[in-house]
Ligand binder design. Structure first.
Ligand SMILES: C[S@@+](CC[C@H](N)C(=O)[O-])C[C@H]1O[C@@H](n2cnc3c(N)ncnc32)[C@H](O)[C@@H]1O
Length: 263
């Protein structure tokens, strides 16, 4: 067994789609609604991944442009193959240093990304720089400290067994008070925060396991466990998962969000 905790990696657009892409879109629709984005806007989707959120912007906001950027070449390649109604450009790059001109977007958004950026304040500074005056800068992230990660039931069992698993490197930035402070320090105006709770159902345990065991925070951990430990974990998980009245598994997650305007 390896003693080092594997890192969270995003290197497969299809697998991401089955697990996190579905979750992302569940929060994404609330987030877009909360932003009240106007049709015809230009959006920067920072940390766009496989474009799960860009697709929603395209469908729900009829934008004039979506620019997506992400360090994962595999995710960007997946995004480039998708069909959009609007003009899109997906490039490999980093939120810490955005290759866009000052004041060039109506909104700069991060969907499930702020807590992955090594220095969230630097990433936020870049989002602010590329946004036009009066534009929106906003982000949401799973509520890591409030038990809001979709993987929380499995994480909790791993914790009980002393098995280490990775969390986003800047997880502190997933907290509402930290988000509020970051947005204030960036000089943004009309700042608001909120929390979204979302739910996903699975037909049965096999369905739940096939999707959740490939999640980026656990896939690397699970493959290093012995078959008997893995079976024990599955047994424990079966006991704690919630079920609805038709015996389907109901999984809940919550995300914290922040928005502000550039003065
Ligand atoms: C949970 S995924 C979210 C992807 C997409 N926004 C969505 O809603 O499905 C986190 C993404 O952040 C990206 N990421 C990690 N570090 C980053 C950085 N420094 N700059 C930009 N994106 C980053 C990862 O490659 C990954 O695609």
């Amino acid at each position: 067994m390896h003693s080092e905790t594997p890192k969270i990696v995003f290197d497969d657009g299809d697998t991401y789609e089955r697990f996190m892409g579905v979750w992302s879109r569940k929060v994404g629709k609330h987030f877009i609604n909360w932003l009240g984005s106007k049709n015809g806007n230009s959006f920067a989707d920072i940390g766009c991944g496989n474009a799960a959120f860009s697709v929603q912007l395209d469908e729900l906001c009829s934008p004039k442009r979506i620019a997506g950027i992400d360090p994962s070449e595999a995710q960007i390649n997946y995004a480039r193959k998708l069909k959009f109604n609007t003009s899109t450009d997906f490039i490999v790059g980093d939120a810490m240093s955005l290759p866009y001109a000052d004041n060039s977007f109506d909104a700069a958004l991060m969907a499930l990304v702020l807590f992955f950026v090594p220095k969230p304040a630097t990433g936020l500074g870049e989002m602010t720089r590329i946004t036009k005056a009066g534009g929106v800068i906003a982000a949401y992230a799973w509520d890591v400290f409030g038990g809001g990660l979709p993987m929380e039931p499995l994480h909790s069992i791993l914790r009980e067994r002393g098995i280490k698993y990775p969390l986003p490197p800047s997880k502190e930035a997933s907290q509402l008070n930290v988000m509020q402070q970051l947005w204030e320090d960036a000089g943004l105006e009309a700042i608001e925060t909120t929390t979204f709770q979302v739910e996903r159902t699975f037909a049965d345990f096999d369905d739940y396991w096939s999707v959740n065991s490939v999640g980026p925070s656990v896939a690397g951990v699970l493959k290093n466990l012995t078959p008997s430990t893995l079976e024990e974990i599955k047994r424990d998980l079966r006991k704690v998962l919630k079920r609805d009245d038709t015996n389907r598994i109901v999984s809940v997650a919550s995300a914290n969000a922040v928005k502000g305007e550039k003065g």
